[in-house]
Design a protein around this ligand. Structure first.
Ligand SMILES: N[C@@H](CCC(=O)N[C@@H](CS)C(=O)NCC(=O)O)C(=O)O
Length: 212
């Protein structure tokens, strides 16, 4: 059965679509128009009670969380080399950097987004932007140090850790948040220049346009 990927342009579903494109997997894209509230409609909540994207369905498996989805795509398509082998040092480091993205790197950007537009206006706190910028500086400094002169974040080649980090750096650029470190900026240019990233962007946009 063909994989179904539920997503929306300019969201974290880009990570899952990018991984599918890197792995050369065929998939049906299901557009969830978040701004129109489709993520909160009962049909979608029945699939994902969290109401969020990305969501992947593969046969009996229904999976949320971009980190888990990217790793699943990599594990189930080992030839793509998107995840290091289970039990290896590189797999441990891969898990470390993916968890760092979710728990540390993206959090200041998410705080900025929540207090700029995502939360109801009455509970937004404009002053938190400066705190989030400070937290971003700390997190991106850790990334810069871990990256050093490496070409990719883990092991010898491109992995889904680069997808999660690359997407988050593109998110920072979209928010006009500086990457602050030359090695991080060069790395972002490099990973975002991959053909699979361009295909993923084009697919999400085309599917959204088709559904509108
Ligand atoms: N931790 C989740 C976060 C998913 C998430 O927050 N997705 C946002 C879009 S980037 C969403 O669907 N928001 C809709 C909502 O909260 O109603 C992941 O990494 O997949």
């Amino acid at each position: 059965m063909t994989i179904q990927l539920y997503g929306c342009p300019r969201s974290r579903s880009m990570r899952a679509v990018w991984a599918l494109e890197e792995a050369g997997v065929e998939y049906d894209y299901r557009y969830v128009n978040l701004s129109a509230g489709q993520g909160r409609q009962s049909a979608y909540l029945a699939l994902n009670p969290g109401g969020k994207v990305p969501l992947l369905i593969d046969g009996d498996l229904t999976l949320t969380e971009s980190f888990a989805i990217c790793s699943y795509i990599g594990d189930s398509h080992p030839d793509a080399g998107l995840v290091p082998p289970v039990g290896s040092t590189d797999r441990a480091l891969y898990n470390r950097w993916c968890a760092f993205v979710i728990g540390e790197l993206e959090q200041p950007l998410w705080t900025m987004a929540k207090h700029r537009f995502a939360l109801p206006e009455k509970v937004r706190v404009p002053a938190v932007q400066a705190t989030a910028a400070w937290e971003w500086s700390k997190a991106v400094a850790v990334l810069a140090q871990g990256l050093g002169t490496r070409h990719t974040m883990v092991g010898a080649g491109f992995t889904a850790a680069d997808i999660l980090i690359g997407h988050t750096l593109a998110w920072a650029r979209a928010f006009e948040v500086p990457l602050e470190h030359a090695n991080v900026a060069d790395y972002a240019d490099r990973v975002l220049d991959r053909p699979a990233h361009a295909s993923a962007l084009a697919r999400e946009q085309a599917e959204a346009a088709k559904a509108s």
